[in-house]
Each structure stands twice: as structure tokens, then as C-alpha cells.
Design a binder for this molecule. Sequence first.
Ligand code: GRF
Length: 198
Amino acid sequence: MRLAVLVSGTGTILEAMIARPLPIAVVIADRPCRALEVARAAPVPSELVDRYDHGGFSQSFDREGYTEALTRALLERRIDLVAMAGFGTITTAHFADAFPGRVLNTHPSLLPQFPGWRAVKEALASAVPMTGCTVHLMTAEVDAGAILAQESVEVRPDDSEATLHERIKVVERRLYPTVIEGVLEGLRQGREPAEYGH
Ligand code: GRF
């Protein structure tokens, strides 16, 4: 089974995956970032499919063109399972369609609560006593695919966005690699991830 990990940021979840170890065939970053340095230092195969080649963060960002470049890179490497780990580009449906039911994501809230980029900030602002993280399947709709695993994290009165996010990430670094191991084992036995989602 060939696993690809998609990253954009600090890559601490990627570090936990490498340490496990998970059988990572390639790490793909959408921009130069620490996570890419983590992959290079490990070393695990890595590739920069740079969104700055497709308009970066400007109005003219070519989402379709970027999605095609990313999808091509994954297909060329005959990837069976894709795990997004802090990947910051929203792709078009073309990507999810190319790997139906085979793209996983970890999100720092208890979905369906607080989808989107500001999940930790919104949990704090809403004064909920508990938040957490969710490992789910990626579909064309953002943060809406079948849920594979969730774990709660307490919100403390003195939490900042940074302290709360870090406590959530401690859980993600353990939960996400564990779920991926289970999914890979299921795939080896012919079971698709969606069969144990809800
Ligand atoms: C995680 O909280 C993940 O849920 C979110 O981005 C963060 C990635 O952290 N999508 P890191 O780059 O692995 O440290």
C-alpha cells in the first residue's frame, strides 16, 4: 500500500507519522514549509507541487490547474491512500474524484462543529467546554466526509488559541497515525475506509 501525505505547515503530525513509522511513499507540499524540511531530513521521498506556480494566494489562483498538477503527481506515484496533514489548499472535486473514498484528513474540532480554517479560534470564542479532533474522509465538500474517529479535548479557562491547538495536536499526533494504520490494514484485506465511517 502506497501512502502519500499532503502538508503545508509545521509538519508535527508528519513527524509523528514518520516516527510511528507509517509506510510513506511520498510527502507532497503545496508551498515551501517546515513540513517539507521534515520530509527531506527524515529522509522520505518528497515533492513540492507549488501553488505559487499557479497564482499563489492571489485572485488569479488557478485552482483547477493546481488540482490537476497535484492529482497527476499522486497518480504518477501510484498512490493508494492520501492523508492530508495540515494541507492548506482547497482542491476542486477532480482530486476527490481521482481517489474516491481514499483521502483522509484530520481536523482540529469535533465535526460537524466548527468546520473550516478557524476551528480552534471559533471553539474558544463559543466558550464550549470541550472540543477535540476528527479524522474523516475528504469529499468535495470541505470537512463533511464520513467520520472515522474523534477524540475530545477539554477547553481550559486560561487557554489561548495556541495552547488549545497544541493540546489538540498532541491527540492528533497519536490518533491520526493509529487510524491510518487501521485503514492501511483494511485496504490490504480489501476493505474500503468508508465501510467503517459514520
Ligand atoms: C492540525 O491541527 C490539523 O488538524 C490542521 O492543521 C494542523 C497541522 O499541524 N488541519 P502540523 O503542521 O502537523 O503541526
